[in-house]
Design a protein around this ligand. Structure first.
Ligand SMILES: Nc1ncnc2c1ncn2[C@@H]1O[C@H](COP(=O)(O)OP(=O)(O)OP(=O)(O)O)[C@@H](O)[C@H]1O
Length: 598
């Protein structure tokens, strides 16, 4: 466990480590303040137990004489006030330090989750295409907050209370080594024994919490995400049951971990009371029943015990919590380590726009998806003249979507290049190219926001250029639909946009692609889910740009690509023919078969 804590320490940034070290100074200060507060009770009790001390020549008697007070009672009163002030001072220091430590732990936790979020956000398309978004959400929210609340925060507490226990025990040791050693052995062994017994259970609970949390997120994602299928197939009961069983396991593991960290307190309190009674008996015997001698010593021990016992309990509870949750760190460690090298992503607009003047080419592209042997693209070459409308057709699995992803710069081929006007694209030029491409996919992701925000996707409301939104909506033939809505562009589309028809969603997608006034439009089966009339409407909107924009579209229905200037026919990851619709229909059997079965 400590090995992993060490690795967590290494994951912190330099600033975070520096801040923690400066907080450590405060922690030590807090421990000394607490000890001073406890020590202050001794002299007070000494005088209360034996007022005659003020008549002798001890320090207290000298202090009494120097104070110029008239009666010993008056002196005791002001001594009591001084003790309270000392205790209040110690409490104030503790409040301040605990406050700072809590804030620090949460701040580090938040920074770690921000780092993770940024790390995932800068991963390439293939990372997201082959992973699960619900697991990323689980990691950034659930697991990262577990690391914060159940590893970092307890570490802070353990550190503070450990320092306090060390300083306090050392002070008692100087005062009375036997009592200090006996106390440490008694409570140290009791707590350590407990921790040793519980640690296996805590570790397995930690893993159960992680695995059940993962399953819960997956079930929520599948259940809510695929609600239509769930309702239709009548799978609610299955989802409900699986969620219930997993939640029970999750709750039990969490509950037992919390109980294991809290419950021993009561046993320890019993042990402490027993120890106090034993101490009283011992002191009575040692000082032959002289209360004046016993009272100050007993008060110091009682107050020290009052501070030490919760400190021991806190150390134990923190250890138990960390042990029960360190599994969350295991899950995040690799990603957190990688996120240390996050690059600062610039705003996309800073790269400007790369406008093709003559053509866009894919030159002898070879691409194989990670973990697969078969090439998705093998020697694919195609040229797209500027301001032409190009269609990509081919049977399922022939490589159309992969070609589009390479054209969009979302995946990098193993060999071959994406070129604009003969120049291969990479780095800033690739970003500038992407800034000039609008993409419409088959299923448009709509966020739970207004149509306006969906058109200017991902931008905060105050940065949206309303003129551009309106222009894009008009070009995507959305105005008639918008006119019918009382709030127009400000109408909310609801999560996943379930109030919208397929055609309306697609047109919002097209408007989104047009918002940035891109010169190149790429459509991947953008109209395949629409009925003939709506598809015609949407295609009319697209063909409005013919001659003004470069348009590349994938379509299953050959009627959709009929008007294209040129059509590329793909098979087995390469282009096997190219020509206009009529040319291909006249000479290519495969194309004809596709046309017949469309
Ligand atoms: N993420 C992926 N991981 C592994 N293999 C993939 C992945 N995506 C696609 N493939 C494979 O790459 C090949 C080309 O797929 P692609 O999606 O480009 O074809 P497509 O012509 O667009 O098919 P469809 O018309 O069915 O969408 C197929 O054999 C497919 O199984």
């Amino acid at each position: 466990m400590f090995n992993r804590v060490q690795r967590l320490w290494k994951l912190l940034t330099r600033e975070q480590r520096k801040k923690l070290l400066s907080l450590q100074v405060l922690v030590v200060l807090m421990a000394f303040a607490e000890v001073a507060g406890v020590a202050a009770i001794g002299p007070f009790m000494a005088v209360v137990g034996d007022i005659g001390r003020l008549e002798g020549d001890g320090t207290l008697a000298q202090l009494y004489q120097a104070s110029g007070m008239e009666t010993p009672r008056q002196f005791i009163f002001w001594l009591g006030v001084a003790v309270i002030i000392a205790l209040a001072g110690a409490a104030a220091v503790s409040i301040y330090v605990t406050w700072r430590l809590s804030l620090y732990a949460q701040q580090v936790g938040a920074e770690l989750s921000v780092r993770l979020f940024q790390h995932y956000m800068q991963q390439p398309w293939l990372f997201h295409a082959s992973g699960s978004s619900s697991q990323l959400i689980n990691k950034v929210s659930q697991e990262a907050s577990r690391v914060t609340g159940s590893v970092i925060q307890p570490l802070m507490k353990m550190n503070a209370k450990g320092t306090l226990a060390l300083v306090m025990t050392t002070a008692i040791f100087i005062f009375n080594p036997v009592v200090a050693i006996a106390g440490v052995i008694l409570f140290g062994i009791a707590y350590w024994g407990l921790f040793h017994t519980a640690r296996k259970r805590l570790a397995s609970n930690g893993k159960t919490i992680s695995s059940t949390s993962r399953v819960r997120f997956k079930l929520m994602n599948e259940g809510f995400g695929g609600i239509k299928d769930t309702l239709l197939l009548g799978r609610q009961a299955d989802f409900n049951q699986r969620f219930e069983v997993t939640s029970r396991k999750f709750a039990r593991a969490k509950g037992v971990t919390i109980a294991l960290s809290q419950v021993p307190r009561y046993g320890m309190e019993l042990l402490a009371f027993g120890a106090v009674i034993f101490l009283v008996l011992y002191l009575l015997a040692a000082y032959e029943g002289n209360l004046g001698d016993i009272l100050p010593i007993l008060s110091i021990y009682a107050l020290a015990g009052f501070k030490l016992l919760p400190a021991f309990q806190q150390i134990y509870a923190s250890l138990a919590t960390i042990k029960g949750n360190i599994a969350s760190f295991d899950i995040l460690e690799e990603d957190l380590t990688a996120s240390k090298h996050n690059i600062q992503i610039q705003h996309a607009y800073k790269a400007g726009k790369l406008a093709p003047k003559q053509n866009i080419t894919l030159d002898n592209i070879h691409f194989c998806y990670p973990g697969t042997e078969k090439k998705a693209l093998s020697g694919l070459t195609l040229e797209i003249p500027v301001n032409h409308v190009i269609g990509l057709v081919g049977s399922s699995g022939s490589g159309k979507s992969t070609t589009i992803d390479i054209l969009l710069g979302l995946i990098t081929p193993q060999s071959g290049a994406l070129k604009v006007d003969g120049e291969p694209l990479s780095g800033q030029a690739l970003r500038a190219w992407q800034n000039n491409v609008g993409f419409v996919s088959q299923s448009i992701f709509l966020s739970d926001a207004s149509i306006r925000e969906n058109i200017a996707f991902g931008l905060p409301l105050e940065e949206i250029d309303n003129e551009r939104v309106e222009k894009a909506a008009k070009m995507a033939l959305l105005d008639e639909f918008l006119e019918r809505l009382p709030d127009g562009l400000d109408t909310g589309v609801g999560e996943r946009g379930i109030q919208l028809s397929g055609g309306q969603r697609q047109r919002i997608g097209i408007a989104r692609a047009l918002y940035d006034d891109a010169d190149v439009l790429v459509l991947d089966e953008a109209t395949s889910s629409l009925d003939g009339i709506t598809e015609k409407l949407v295609m009319d909107a697209i063909h409005n740009f013919a001659g003004k924009k470069t348009i590349i579209m994938i379509a299953h229905r050959l009627a959709t690509v009929k008007q294209c200037d040129s059509i590329y026919l793909l098979a087995d990851g390469k282009v096997i023919d190219q020509g206009s619709h009529d040319e291909l229909a006249a000479r290519n059997d495969m194309f004809r078969r596709m046309a017949e079965h469309a």
